[in-house]
Structures are given as C-alpha cells and as structure tokens.
Design a protein around this ligand. Structure first.
Ligand code: SF4
Length: 381
C-alpha cells in the first residue's frame, strides 16, 4: 500500500530520510473470518455467498489464533470476510483484539450498519472502519448487484463517522467505474471521510501488451494522475485527509515521475529516498492473509498459494518458514524478478510489484508484473 499523502507531505514539508524500513516482527494480517456475505459483488475475490461455509474456525479457535498472532509480533488485524459483521462473534473477537493491543480495523460493505450497530462498532473501539464504494449510486448498485446498496453503505459510513470512528472509503477502480473517481473524491471530501483508498483491480490481465495503448493500463495511469493532484492539493492546504493506493506498486514510481514533471524545485533525491524506504511490494513480509478456513497466504489475492494452516501450526512458525519456495523468494532482498522488472531503474521503489499477477499470466511467480503501466522509456531512467 502506497501512502500517497505521506509522500506529498514530504514534498511540501520534507523530513529526514532514515534508510530502508526495518522488517517488522510480524505482518499486518488481513483476516477473512468468514466467507458468508449478504452481497454477491462482481469483483469479489473470495467468491462469497449468503450461506455458511463448512470448516471455518470456531470462536475458541479464533481467540486462540489471536494469541499466536500476538506472539508472532503482528501489529494490526484487519477483520474482513465475506461480510465480517455477519460473524456471530465479531464484537467479541474485536474486543479481544483490542485488549491484546492490536490496531483493529473492520473491512465491511457497510450495508448492515444501522444506528445500533454503529454504536456497537464505536463502543468496541475499532481503530478504523473501511467501507467499499464502487462508484456513484447506479454504478455501485450494479457492481454490488444490490439495489439500494450505495445508500445503505453511505449511511453506514456516516453513522460510524458521527460516532467518532475513523472511517475510510475504499474504491476498487476498473475501466467501468474510473470516470466516477472525481465524484467519489468529492464525496469523500464533502462527507468528511478521513481516508480514501484507491485499490487497483488485481486482475491478471495479459502479457506483452502495448503499455501506451492498452486501455486498462492507461486507465490506471490516468486515475493515478488524479489521485496525485488531489493528494498534493491537500498537502499544500494542510488538510489532514489520507489518500492511499494498493495492488499496484508501480504507483510509487509513478508518483516520482509525476512529481518530477509537476513540482517546481522538487528535491527529487529526497523524495526518491523516501519512496525507497517504503520499498514497494510487501506480500509475504509485512502483509499477510488468513482465510476463513485458517489457511495462511502471502496476501489476500493469492489464495491458491497456501503456506500452512493456523489450526495445526502457530502463525509465527508458518510465517517465518522459508522452506516454502514462494516465501523464500518473497523474503529475498532484493527479490529476484525477471523480465522488464529486472532492468527497471526504479526497482528499489517498486520491488517488482505483484507476484500473483505474474504467476497468473506467465505461470512464473518471479516473472515481470503484467499490470505495470509505465512504458519502457519511463523505467529506463
Ligand atoms: S518495471 Fe517492474 S519494477 Fe519497474 S515499475 Fe514496473 S512493475 Fe515495478
């Protein structure tokens, strides 16, 4: 995840570079507690449905796994699904997470949040609630296959915000909804939403595309320009609104190229050092995933790569075990990535981007990322 606002702040009010971030003791864990969901969205990665799925972790198992996560140095839990608010024990789980000292976030479609539920979310002490919107009303309801879904989600956001909960809007951008990004950014501003998270759709795409003309890649590029303009505008005005992006680590390189072009008197060396401290893709290092059955994955988009199961082995043991070739490769410094990534002048910023996409297109998890939207001239210097 690229904290765009943080780097725009660095342009406006630089802070000393400190060198590459230390590897954290444990990753931020996105935990899909259940697969059940009240919606059936077009882009759902967990292929959920409104039924109970067999084999999911029982309450006692979840509470016990949380102790293992604490012992493994996990700093934050993002409780997700399916729809996590459908989990019978969600508030007990979240309360335990808080008492164990985890930064505790909820990732929800927001449609179930009414006044009493917002009250329970606030009382539980969630540190953050992220709610997805896929566009304005008509687009969102079409993507979510739910009439009234937009209004319900926005209502949920407002109720949580009004209870003093830190809230964020998550927008997964596609060619079908990219035109609505300006309106959604305006909505986030008007609604006093603390954070805007633009997620690139983690589609596998195709290999060997023309990066200058491929529509999906051009869309990625165009939305990033808008995101950078908005975040820079906020940084200049001193507005405390966070804009972040995810699922395409070329965004960090793109930010540098954007700043080079648009910022007069840019201290490029400083910005580059700051972006290199971030270092790009962190799957298998400081982000990890547990699915509804307890299987551990290097990230949420890589459910066909299972590293172990928390029912039978402590999370910390699974996470540090580099006998699995994927984990060995992800933890290698620098990662050994092939193709155009191997020759990229900005590898230190991007880290070779998303491995699951390379895997899906070429069958090689260490191949170049097909969703890099920067052209050959841009990555050459
Ligand atoms: S070529 Fe590879 S390493 Fe360079 S920006 Fe693109 S995805 Fe990242």
């Amino acid at each position: 995840m690229l904290r765009v606002s943080r780097y725009m702040q660095e342009i406006v009010r630089p802070t000393p570079a400190t060198g590459r971030r230390a590897e954290p003791p444990g990753p931020v864990v996105i935990w899909n507690l259940l697969r059940r969901c009240n919606l059936a969205c077009m882009h759902c990665y967990s292929i959920s449905a409104d039924v109970d799925f067999p084999g999911e972790l029982a309450r006692a198992e979840i509470l016990s796994v949380m102790e293992d996560l604490k012992a493994a140095g996990v700093p934050a839990l993002i409780l997700s699904g399916g729809e996590p608010l459908l989990h019978k024990h969600i508030f007990e789980i979240a309360a335990r997470a808080k008492s164990l000292g985890f930064h505790t976030a909820l990732s929800t479609n927001g449609t179930l949040i009414d006044l009493p539920l917002a009250g329970r979310i606030a009382a539980t002490g969630f540190d953050y609630v992220g709610i997805s919107l896929d566009g304005l009303r008509a687009t969102h309801d079409k993507f979510r296959r739910k009439q009234g879904g937009f209004d319900a989600a926005l209502n949920g956001l407002r109720l949580c915000r009004d209870m003093g909960v830190r809230v964020g809007l998550r927008f997964t951008v596609t060619q079908g909804n990219a035109a609505e990004l300006p309106a959604l950014l305006a909505l986030a501003e008007d609604e006093r939403i603390d954070r805007f998270y633009l997620s690139h759709l983690n589609y596998a795409g195709r290999g060997n595309v023309n990066r200058k003309t491929d529509a999906a890649l051009r869309t990625s590029r165009e939305v990033m320009n808008l995101i950078f303009e908005k975040a820079f505008h906020y940084a200049q005005r001193g507005v405390e609104k966070e804009i972040v992006t995810g699922n395409n680590d070329a965004d960090g390189v793109c930010l540098l190229l954007w700043a080079r072009k648009h910022i007069k008197d840019l201290d490029e060396q400083h910005l580059r050092a700051k972006l290199a401290e971030w270092g790009g893709n962190s799957s298998g290092i400081n982000v990890g995933n547990i699915d509804n059955l307890g299987n551990v994955h290097p990230d949420t988009m890589w459910w066909d790569c299972t590293l172990g199961n928390v029912k039978s082995r402590p999370f910390g043991d699974i996470w540090k075990d580099t006998r699995h070739p994927i984990m060995a490769g992800l933890k290698a410094r620098p990662r050994k990535i092939k193709g155009r990534c191997a020759h990229c002048a900005y590898f230190d910023i991007c880290g070779g981007n998303t491995r699951v996409r390379a895997m899906k297109v070429s069958g090689d998890p260490w191949g170049e990322d097909p969703a890099c939207y920067l052209d050959d001239a841009e990555i050459a210097a």
